[in-house]
Design a protein around this ligand. Structure first.
Ligand SMILES: NC(=O)c1ccc[n+]([C@@H]2O[C@H](COP(=O)([O-])OP(=O)(O)OC[C@H]3O[C@@H](n4cnc5c(N)ncnc54)[C@H](O)[C@@H]3O)[C@@H](O)[C@H]2O)c1
Length: 305
């Protein structure tokens, strides 16, 4: 990558924020990383760890702590805080963070009002939080990550189930990053040809995979951080590519959508859904809109609906 950008802000120095910052330090295409977190202690600790790494590998990237408003000048910000709450949900686990995370994400949006850089939202439920951050900040370049990781998991799973190389599988997952994810089976190609997709097994694995990661490691971090990196390089115009990200449409829906980025500018590309998949996407839309209604009072900073 020849071009370099000035600064990337990371808000939330937890599992995802730490991993994204590590990837960015190794990648070397930004000059500065600005870190804010729930406590000064965790932000300072991450900065110290990153600068140790940068020195060891001779990375040009320098990390520093920063207040959120100081990130207004960053080329991009990554929104990955998690409010403290106990997640006991068995189903719809990402949606369980709705009411706890909404005030945090809305507050960040207000503090970054009018932000003109690229904002990458990670906090779950990510489709709803992406809409919330978009409304609270008024920013035009807000993208939620989730579907790109689902798509990667789908291709890996399908390759295993069909016993083919993963490079021969073209397929994506869109819609909600959650239980209402829509597998684009009709448009999937294996070795360039349509294929019978074992959808039940695929959905089982899409649910089981993050659970296995959480059970073994506490939190998923590398897959999501890779998706953040893909979103950043596309949105900053460093790479022209297609990536599935959540964006707010003029009608208010906000779901994972295939976007073709050219010089940092996105255009929506058709997902090639069949009628059943189209209906499932409409279900995901209804679900995320209903969830948004429960927390939209947070946009203005109201504490109660
Ligand atoms: N969209 C995806 O694909 C995806 C994947 C993994 C995780 N996630 C979500 O990303 C979020 C972060 O996950 P994690 O595993 O890194 O969590 P974590 O608990 O490891 O870290 C969260 C961090 O947020 C910080 N924080 C809390 N309140 C804050 C505030 N007001 N301002 C700034 N920072 C604050 C905490 O201090 C902590 O460092 C969660 O909501 C998680 O569900 C999304």
């Amino acid at each position: 990558m020849n071009r370099r950008v000035g600064a990337v802000g990371i808000i939330g120095a937890g599992a995802v924020g730490h991993t994204v910052a590590t990837l960015l330090t190794a990648a070397g295409w930004c000059e500065r990383l600005l870190i804010a977190s729930g406590s000064d202690r965790s932000a300072e600790a991450l900065v110290t760890d990153l600068n140790d790494m940068a020195q060891v590998i001779a990375s040009p990237v320098r990390a520093e702590t920063a207040d959120v408003p100081a990130m207004t000048d960053c080329d991009a910000v990554v929104i990955c805080p998690r409010a403290k709450f106990a997640n006991t949900a068995e189903r719809d686990v990402r949606m369980a963070g709705l009411t706890a995370n909404a005030p945090v994400v809305a507050d960040l949006g207000r503090r970054l009002a009018g932000y003109t850089g690229a904002a990458i939202v990670v906090t779950n439920p990510v489709d709803v939080m992406t809409r919330l951050f978009t409304e609270a900040s008024g920013s035009a370049r807000v993208y939620g990550v989730g579907s790109a990781t689902d798509g990667a998991r789908y291709r890996l799973t399908l390759a295993r189930l069909l016993a083919v190389p993963v490079a021969s599988v073209e397929g994506r997952v869109i819609g909600e990053h959650g239980d209402h994810a829509v597998v684009c089976a009709a448009a999937t190609r294996v070795g360039g040809l349509p294929a019978a997709i074992p959808l039940r097994n695929v959905h089982e694995e899409l649910t089981a995979r993050p659970r296995r990661i959480n059970a073994g490691l506490g939190r998923a971090r590398s897959g999501p951080a890779g998706a953040v990196l893909a979103a950043l390089t596309a949105a900053l115009g460093l790479v022209d590519t297609v990536v599935e990200l959540s964006v707010v449409n003029p009608d208010g829906s906000c779901l994972g959508t295939p976007l073709r980025f050219t010089a940092g500018r996105p255009t929506v590309i058709p997902a090639g859904l069949d009628p059943v998949e189209t209906r499932l996407l409409a279900d995901a839309d209804r679900k995320t809109r209903t969830a948004y209604q429960k927390i939209q009072h947070c946009v203005e900073g109201d504490t109660a609906p």
